[in-house]
Ligand binder design. Structure first.
Ligand code: SIN
Ligand code: CO
Length: 408
């Protein structure tokens, strides 16, 4: 008799702190994260049967597992106006944005509908835990975890995404059909992004615990085979180069505000008499070249803080309520010795060497050492606890806690 203990509802395991990147992982079908990144990531699809072995084990024990989040809980979340939700119906295609009242949502066995809920890591701890399994991929690339729940026949139609995505089957079965076709033209007459000519190349029925990884631009269509079919999609975003450069340059331009020396006016006592008055003077060109060099504006490192700050911006719809209880910095310091402080699920953290950016702001430059150490732990381990000396009211850690960016 097997002696496994599986929690009900299923409680996904926590990712270990030091990920064994060179060892086979069940989640990746018995290959290591290193091999996955080398051979599949951003290159080709991968179907993994039994990516979450708990489902298979439970089935063998005669006690099949359900999703960690019930349909009722999902319907309730769909009524929350801070959650991005969409209801898509097929035959004919239509779509509506949430929030949705429970009464306006179809019953699980009604055919041809699907409800999509974005940013679920902020709504349910099981979704946040599933995201933590993918920390062998840089946080900067992570978008969010979307959950779809559908009636039989429900889906969003054949389409492609610009993102890398891991589609994890969590409840019921879904038939995935994919194609690496070049023709990605969309049907202009539909309210949804649906491919004009979808030519199926491969097809699989995914059972709970199975997973399909798709790189960007692989055409796909997932159709629910059972009522209450749940697919959890872990999505990885990629900005355009234009967006990253523009956002980095913006922030760099703003940072010049802090350099008083640049307020000085252009001076050209060495200007010589000229026959080509219409030309931009060599004096300006030379002096600007000097300034660019002096400010290291000719070096990539100078642009990186702006880009890191940008990539650490939370989603536009993120909402932070601020801490419920008012603590003094002393009380906060004491609490930190007893309880674990973690980022709010909608907080984004990103490190550039030892500098930590949180929700678009540099949290460590000019801060006292204990504050810096706490932030590094938060960025790397998503948690911090311990004795950090007297954190003052000006500590960015205390301020982020007060703003609700960090929570006990
Ligand atoms: C779904 O979960 O139904 C849709 C996910 C996708 O195809 O991007
Ligand atoms: Co898709």
């Amino acid at each position: 008799m097997t002696s496994f203990y599986l929690s009900k509802p299923y409680d996904p395991p926590q990712a270990p702190e030091n990920l064994p990147l060179d060892r086979p992982w069940a989640l990746l079908g018995g290959i290591s994260p290193q091999k996955f990144m080398k051979s599949y990531w951003h290159k080709k699809p991968l179907l993994v049967r039994g990516a979450i072995p708990a489902f298979e084990i439970a089935k063998q024990m005669g006690e099949p597992l359900g999703s960690a989040i019930s349909p009722e809980a999902l319907f309730k979340i769909a009524g929350n106006d801070v959650v991005e939700s969409r209801l898509i119906k097929a035959k004919p295609w239509s779509f509506t944005d949430g929030p949705f009242k429970k009464k306006s949502l179809p019953t699980l066995n009604t055919p041809d509908w699907t409800l999509l809920l974005q940013g679920m890591e902020a709504q349910h701890p099981a979704a946040a835990k599933v995201l933590s399994w993918f920390r062998f991929i840089p946080d900067a690339r992570l978008d969010d975890l979307m959950i779809s729940i559908a009636g039989p026949g429900g889906g969003v139609g054949p389409h492609f995404d610009s993102y890398d995505v891991f589609l994890i089957q969590m409840s019921g079965r879904r038939r995935w059909r994919i194609s690496q076709q070049k023709d990605l033209a969309l049907n202009a007459n539909l309210p949804l992004k649906i491919l004009q000519n979808f030519k199926v190349e491969q097809e699989w029925d995914l059972e709970p615990g199975d997973m399909l990884y798709l790189p960007p631009h692989v055409a796909h269509d997932g159709i629910a085979l059972d009522g209450g079919c749940q697919t959890w999609s872990v999505g990885f975003r990629a900005q355009s180069y234009k967006e990253m450069l523009q956002e980095g340059l913006w922030r760099l331009a703003e940072s010049l505000e802090d350099i008083p020396e640049l307020e000085r006016r252009f001076a050209d006592p060495k200007q010589v008499a000229t026959n080509s008055a219409e030309q931009l003077p060599a004096e300006i060109i030379e002096q600007i070249a000097q300034k660019l060099k002096g400010l290291k504006l000719d070096r990539v490192e100078t642009f990186l803080p702006g880009i890191a700050a940008y990539l650490s911006e939370p989603k536009p719809q993120a909402y932070f309520a601020g801490s419920e209880t008012q603590y003094s910095p002393e009380e906060f310091t004491l609490l930190l010795t007893k309880q674990t402080l973690t980022p709010h699920p909608q907080t984004r953290l990103l490190a550039l060497g030892k500098t930590i950016f949180c929700n678009g702001e540099d949290m460590t430059s000019g801060q006292a050492r204990p504050t810096q150490i706490a932030w590094r732990s938060l960025a790397a381990k998503k948690q911090v606890k311990g004795a950090f000396g007297g954190l003052t009211a000006g500590s960015s850690l205390f301020e982020a806690f007060e703003a609700g960016w960090l929570v006990f």
